[in-house]
Ligand binder design. Structure first.
Ligand code: SAM
Length: 246
């Protein structure tokens, strides 16, 4: 049978396309792209000329069986998204799941992804971490996520659109203690790449003055509070009480 290759593409800097990605994109029978126009421009720039099929979140349900049929007939498909890794906050998951169901080999290629790039530059511990993708937009729906991140002993990572960032940071300030460390990683691999580091309060005042522009990854440091330890007098009191009651 054919195969499905999952091919990461640059998240900004075109030099981040890998040699292997270029080879796979050139040699595949088809490139399944989220947006054939956007990807057409990218492929032209990196010197790949190949046939394209459209595969995005709105047609993936109908499209997946057609692509499966092609691969069962021996066709090799390289799947790409608009930027970074397919499947990571992008389409692809359904197709991978279907390939596995139908015993079609899936070959994922390593390469750029915004969350991993942001994480390694954040200065936060990368083990463990939780990746949330995009959070819901409403404050009431974001709150439980922030409460979970606030307690978490892991670094939390999520994506946010620039026009929603100010509001999201305000919502964060309602849940996190003022000294909790966060990082906004902006325009990674691009000319205006920037890491804005500080407390929730500091980032709130920064973005009140500087309008968020470009693409953002937000990271929240792990909760490092130690569980409260009892002092000796408290401990003795506790034991005495237990003995008395016993
Ligand atoms: N598949 C992509 C990946 O592997 O990272 C993610 C696609 S998702 C639809 C797009 C979001 O990723 C953006 O809204 C932004 O939050 C984040 N992103 C993508 N490129 C970025 C970059 N160069 N710098 C910062 N964030 C980026």
């Amino acid at each position: 049978s054919g195969k499905l290759y999952l091919v990461p593409t640059p998240i900004g800097n075109l030099d981040d396309i890998t040699i292997r990605a270029k080879k796979v994109l050139t040699n595949a029978d088809y490139i399944a792209a989220e947006d054939t126009r956007t990807s057409g421009i990218l492929l032209e720039k990196i010197g790949v000329h190949n046939r394209m099929l459209s595969f995005h979140k709105y047609n993936s349900k109908e499209r997946a069986p057609e692509l499966i049929k092609l691969m069962q007939d021996g066709v090799t498909i390289a799947e790409i998204s608009d930027a970074g890794m397919p499947v990571i906050s992008d389409p692809g998951y359904i197709l991978v799941e279907d390939c596995i169901k139908h015993d079609i080999p899936v070959v994922p290629l390593p390469g750029p992804s915004a969350f991993a790039t942001a994480l390694i530059g954040s200065g936060f511990d990368a083990q463990p971490f939780t990746y949330y993708g995009f959070l819901p937009r409403k404050q009431s729906e974001q709150k439980p996520y922030f409460e979970e991140m606030n307690k978490a002993k892991a670094t939390s990572i999520f994506y946010e659109a620039p026009h929603r960032l100010v509001k999201t940071l305000k919502n964060m300030a309602q849940v996190f203690p003022a000294d909790r460390k966060i990082v906004a990683a902006r325009e990674l691999t691009k000319i205006h790449e920037e890491f804005i580091r500080g407390t929730v309060a500091e980032l709130n005042s920064y973005f009140a003055k500087t309008k968020p522009r470009g693409e953002f990854v937000i990271l929240v440091s792990a909760n490092t509070e130690k569980p409260k330890q009892l002092a000796w007098p408290e401990l003795i009191q506790l034991v005495n009480n237990v003995v008395k009651q016993g």
